[in-house]
Design a protein around this ligand. Structure first.
Ligand SMILES: [Mg+2]
Length: 118
């Protein structure tokens, strides 16, 4: 998850960990790319408005570097969320202020799962 607001970062991280997900968080696109260079997650939750490197720039660099990137769900102001998702090429979106059920359902829907054995 890449989110610049500390409160929201901690809240989303706690909620998703309670749901059983392993969550790593970054506060801007630069930190996010650094984490992804270590390991590609199964899903990227992405804020758009962030200092240092915003969500759009992050997605451009991610796509250039990793053709086989994880699915992206943008988390941004509800009025612009669908448009932001379309602009960036993200698979999904969650509007802020977010609803916990919607966040979890959207993560579940877009999560890339490992291929089943055999
Ligand atoms: Mg932000």
């Amino acid at each position: 998850m890449i989110e610049d607001e500390a409160d929201l970062r901690v809240l989303m991280s706690d909620l998703l960990q309670e749901e059983g997900y392993a969550v790593e968080s970054a506060r801007d696109g630069v930190e996010g790319l650094r984490l992804i260079d270590q390991r590609m997650p199964d899903l990227i939750l992405l804020d758009i408005k962030m200092p240092v490197m915003d969500g759009r720039m992050f997605v451009e660099l991610l796509m250039a570097r990793y053709p086989d990137r994880a699915p992206i769900v943008v988390v941004t102001a509800v009025e612009s969320a669908p448009r932001r998702a379309a602009e960036t090429g993200a698979e999904g979106w969650v509007g802020k202020p977010f609803d916990i059920d919607r966040l979890v359902k959207t993560v579940e829907r877009h999560l890339r799962r490992p291929a089943p054995p055999g």
